[in-house]
Design a binder for this molecule. Sequence first.
Ligand code: 4AD
Ligand code: MG
Length: 477
Amino acid sequence: MKRTKIKDVLASKPEGQEVVVKGWVRTFRNNQFISINDGSTIQNLQAVVEIDQLEESTLRRITTGSCISVQGTLIPSPAKGQTVEVKVSQLEILGDSDPEKYPLQPKKHSMEFLREIAHFRSRTSTFGAVMRIRHAMAFAVHKFFNDRGFYYIHTPIVTGSDAEGAGAMFRVTTLDPQNPPKNEAGEVDFKEDFFGRETNLTVSGQLEVETYALALSETYTFGPTFRAENSNTTRHLAEFWMIEPEMAFYDINDNMQLAQDFLQYLMKYALDNCREDLEFLDKRAADEEMTKPQAQRNELSLIDRIKFVVENDFQRLTYTEAIDILRNSNPNKKKKFQYLVDQWGVDLQSEHERFLVEKHFKKPVILYNYPKDIKAFYMRQNEDDKTVAAMDVLFPGIGEIIGGSQREERLDRLVSRINEMGLPEKDLWWYIDLRRFGSAPHSGFGLGFERLILFVTGMTNIRDVIPFPRFPGNAEF
Ligand code: 4AD
Ligand code: MG
């Protein structure tokens, strides 16, 4: 007989029909009640065996973590909190799990402990919910863009371009570290390396996707990106996924509007399609809140925070306006900020971003027109000669979730900025060529996929929203 997924079993009318269900045992009570999960839903299915129906030796093998297959009839359940259950006629153990040795117990484990057993945390309710939502969000990203006629471009992961300046890079090489070839000057000779040059893992697909935006008009890339910064925070990973739309004929305002529409679409998609998992995580987040002092608690529940983003326009203001607000703010005057805001031109720290979003405006904020000296070379220079058409979207509890800009499309301006910043003009030859032949106004941004998942799931550490997190000192699994 064909296996039915638990999600479908739970949705069907119990009329004594025969079903086969396969999954992992969560708990086994009274030698009678088996709670099974197969990952198709957050809900477990109860399978009931009669007393004396199974051999003692089989009963002993039905343990938390074991994998089983049951066949039986689907009947209404007398138990509270479930409408159906399976009355077992046949039971087969597919995979044993020694309860003395299995690291997951049917109790609450700390997130830190679960990170050490990332090969089993997939079997917890929390990680099941988070990864189903992660899947739904990835699908929704593609649906959003496909429905609007954007093309998905696969930008390279290994790259020789190192001029983005977004962060430190991981080198890719096949040279023998013990005995690398040297040139006459005694330096490592990368001409002998696999690609005949120095290469790295990409920090962003932006520069490459721009070449397709200036051909196919509306494009995006969605892939893994790598940053070798020593950032041990709850919002940084060394390997994370980024969605980068890039559009010809969009100015900074069109770009900001797209960013808002995109985020609201994703949030609404989660509300409409991930209800059960969100309800589970909403309760989980509420329990977590109760462990915090009153003053630090969220005013809104997880689901209400998501709804709030869907229903409200994001607050747009310039960097200059933000600096004025911050300079005159209470935490600044009372020297509560770790980094005091004293002059125009300083980079904003996450404490400042969070003050604007969580305390001042109490909604998502889009900051734009940043000082050119704290932003990347490719951002379009404004007429004031001081600022560039950059934009960051800031979210409650997260800080920066999106960074982007209108791009500098004027050849002379781009080249002079590259030289001013001391970047290698010759390595950027192909990028500069785009401004030499058929240049066009264009814009784009990058959404950190894990930061999005953090917001939607209410998880507190970015290491818990990606299956196998990579961070300084950790690349297990
Ligand atoms: O602001 P960033 O560095 O921008 C870029 O890389 C541009 N090339 C994007 C573009 O315009 N196409 O990164 C974009 C986003 C950030 O807003 C943040 O959400 C996320 O990527 N991000 C990280 N997420 C997790 N771990 C890290 N170390 C991250 N660094 C950036
Ligand atoms: Mg940024």
